[in-house]
Design a protein around this ligand. Sequence first.
Ligand code: AVJ
Length: 316
Amino acid sequence: MASKKATDHEREFAKDAIAGLGAHTKVISPKYFYDAAGSELFEQICLTPEYYPTRTELALLAMIAPSLADGIPEAATLVELGSGASEKTRLLLDSAPQISSYVPVDISSDALEQARLRLAVDYERLEILPLVADFTKSLVLPRQTKGAPVVGFFPGSTIGNFEPDEATQLLRKLRLELGDNSQLIVGVDLVKDTSTLLKAYDDASGVTARFNKNLLVRFNRELDADIDLDLFEHRAVWNTAKERIEMHLVSLIDQDVTVAGTTFHFRAGESIHTENSHKFTPASFGSLVHGTGWLVTKAWTSDVQPFGVFRLVADA
Ligand code: AVJ
């Protein structure tokens, strides 16, 4: 049984890689960053001096946790999307002991298991129900949570990785899945000066470059590719029109690479577009949420490095 599951995952990875590398503008979903090595590299990115979002959000959450907790019902279920190491979760759990069950959702079973083990030590009364899933697909909450008030937690500005129409679709889907009396707490990185943004996605010690190139490592290991990592360069650019940071892997020469048995030609300077990180203003995030079945009832923003936490409640 276990091996069949693995091949489904690799089959989808191969299918997406062939479709993306075969597209007019070569692209691959950022969800493929997060194998065990990628999740670990992301934890390291959060420790770089340049990558401000995680520290800024943690500081903001620490400040507003009591207000967030006030709005959380008795015996609530906390559903966290793309949970990773769950440090931010602790701030909520510490200030809202009325949370009785926690459903971390992540594509990386390793990261989930590590988070579960760490949390179980400190939160004995908390029912931890990990869900290995791609939260962009249909989410079925564990049956143990049936009937409990649901609080969604979507930190880290991961919503910024989606194109605006994908983000609204995701919010609509979550509105239906989390239910009528639910709420959703979203962490959103805000627009700021371009040099700060570019440094955050291209840190001097090259951790983000390794995180980006880890995709090529996965192509070689899991999709029998023959890619020379030194012939590709990490690049982060600010797209002013779309208010987003884009990450790319740029081919340094004309070359052919084979991935999952298919050969793709790269011109020198041609890239694989690996991630978008859209940046918002409270107004632009408000219009993104508009019409998705959620209402923004509260917004908290930090002013040092502008970052926002928004409480969305299900519209009646
Ligand atoms: C956690 C996915 C939101 O887009 O800022 C960090 C991932 N990419 N450095 C982001 C990331 C490059 C991060 N997210």
